[in-house]
Design a protein around this ligand. Sequence first.
Ligand code: PMV
Length: 297
Amino acid sequence: MLPSSADAGGKVILLGEHFVVYGVPALAVPLTDARTTVTVEPGPPTLQTDLEGDHRDVAERVLRAALKLVGLARPPGTVRVRSDIPVGFGLGSSAAFSAALLAALVESTGQVMSVDEHNRLTHELECVVHGRPSGIDDTVVTRARAVRFVRGEPFRLIRPSAPLSLVLGSCGYPGPTRAAVASVRRWADAHVARFGAILEEARGLVDAGQAAFEAGDAEALGPIMSRNHALLREVGVSTPELETLVSAALEAGALGAKLTGAGRGGFALALSTPGNEDAIIAAFERAGAHHVLRTTP
Ligand code: PMV
């Protein structure tokens, strides 16, 4: 066994969460500010992690599945996990853990793995954690690039022609992805015509948002993010705390703001003009944000 170490960042959904489940495209970017590192060191074949309770059980399950995928009967040494991506807050913590774990295990055997293989195996581990995830998290996390993602279709890598500055503020409690997806389904069933119109509008927003993103046009992208948030609020996945964070960011001069990920908890995401990040961070903190992060796709 070779000592090994690998790390992976998280992901942030810029536009299209929830509606992506119904075939609308979504855009997601890497989270550069928070990462998960997995090392394999000589020692007893155990998992060392700060995770507790259910989260620890899930990590153990992922480790067993990962060992099987890479053809190992047991951990080649002590598998140590360090992460500053909050778990269950919609930032891709499980995909980052799976991606870093696979890379560290493969490296410890002295083998190499292509990015496509890494993405495929990480998706398999995401299925162990989430059942039937759309695949957006494992794609962004293993490529460490912004993507346009359509369920069931090949993803497309996208690139901003000028860096964009994003600030995230946590509402303090996690967002229950499965329950949020199910609640949107119930809302859609109860409001069939309106939901159809929302999907249509969401598709237009993602297409326009992609053009703005690729052009590095933050002034155009901001209002698109805010409108996307209004649609997410309408289908019931915002919360009073997320509303407070979104309003605080806009009042502090953010070009746009929205919830990101499943909602009903997790993080609000704001698009900053260059140099205004500290004002948005201060506004998030005054509005009760428990944790603030930044990323620059
Ligand atoms: O797990 P989260 O918070 O990143 O949210 C997942 C995004 C959804 O669109 C709500 C679900 C999915 O599988 O794409």
